[in-house]
Design a protein around this ligand. Sequence first.
Ligand SMILES: Nc1nc2c(ncn2[C@@H]2O[C@H](COP(=O)(O)OP(=O)(O)O)[C@@H](O)[C@H]2O)c(=O)[nH]1
Ligand SMILES: [Mg+2]
Length: 393
Amino acid sequence: MKIALVGNQNCGKTTLFNLLTGTNQKIGNWPGVTIERKVGIIKDLGDELVDLPGIYSLSPYTVEEEVSRKFVLEEKPDMIINIVDSTSIERSLYLTTQLMELNIKVIIALNMADRLEKKGIHINAEKLAKEIGTDVVVISALKEIGIDNLKSIIKSNKEKKFISKEIFKSDIENEILKIESLFGINRFIAIKVLENDKMYQNYQTIEVKNSRQKLEGMYKMSIEEIIANARYDYIVAIKNRVITIKPINETISDKLDKIFLNKFAALPIFVVIMFLVYYLSVGVVGSFTVDWIEGIVKEFGELVRTFLLNIGASSWSQSLVVDGIIAGVGAVLGFVPQLIILFLCISILETTGYMSRVTFLLDKLFKKFGLSGETLVPFIVGLRMQCSCDNGN
Ligand SMILES: Nc1nc2c(ncn2[C@@H]2O[C@H](COP(=O)(O)OP(=O)(O)O)[C@@H](O)[C@H]2O)c(=O)[nH]1
Ligand SMILES: [Mg+2]
């Protein structure tokens, strides 16, 4: 049996292909293009598996899409494994609706199952299978989950006959059915004929034109839009019935972010925090430590003066040491506790990540002055130094 792996880009086709075929692979190119063609034999089952280039719909835009479309339409595999990234089902189902019209057996493999829980997504696979009308397997090609299940479903589907399902409103379905039976063609081609597709111009009879005009008149839009909208309506309805997304548990950091970075509260909270930093370093604690150090320096100065007096030092040298060196160093020392507290506060804000978040937040405001949000820290430090000096003197 010839089986094709069909799906969007990066949904895990090659990962699954390698897992199913192991070393049983032949790698070449598709005829006429330099796009890799991988064919292998599925271990345990013996069926031929083809890894097709990624496609988003059967209306091709790229060379890769053309290769894949040609393969499913012309080489007609016996079965299609439609591999779907289960974390973004909605985007993938458009292709699925088209694949289901080809009269080829389709199995849906919901890949990346290992990532669902983290994203808070729950998919009712049984319900999805019922709604779509084919087998659905939940797998992870990377973590090798559900692969045996996939193999047994491939096996059981070999015997099944596939029948396309009607998924649009009856007014559209009636016209599709009419064209199908008129020419004895499958649903996919009938829709293409209805859409007046370039590839099927020889089917454009008066009946087909009438069908198209009837629908375009009813819906007041082009036939392509009517069909595309009908597909999306169907996908959204299915999605709403089979997928539940529960909010992921927030971390404490997420919760705090919500408060501290709230659109309205962020700026007032920032002002309060900066005031507290100021209050701690320059206000009460600051002035207390300045007074305290000034007292110590004064006492130390007097002790040195007495000592110098006792050893008979001249009055200018006493003045140089006590009023110059000691008082000078003391004046600078007075700011040290303030600076320690200031930098302690700022480093706490930085290690908790608050500073970088606020920087980002204030970027807009600072830009008005031709500055970036990153100038916040030097800005605050400068302000504090200025305040400290004012306070000290
Ligand atoms: N988490 C997770 N990643 C996967 C899974 N399957 C494939 N991937 C990753 O998805 C990326 C695309 O896979 P690939 O097989 O190249 O996709 P392709 O473009 O469809 O052939 C790679 O990084 C894979 O490792 C899966 O089940 N779970
Ligand atoms: Mg690939």
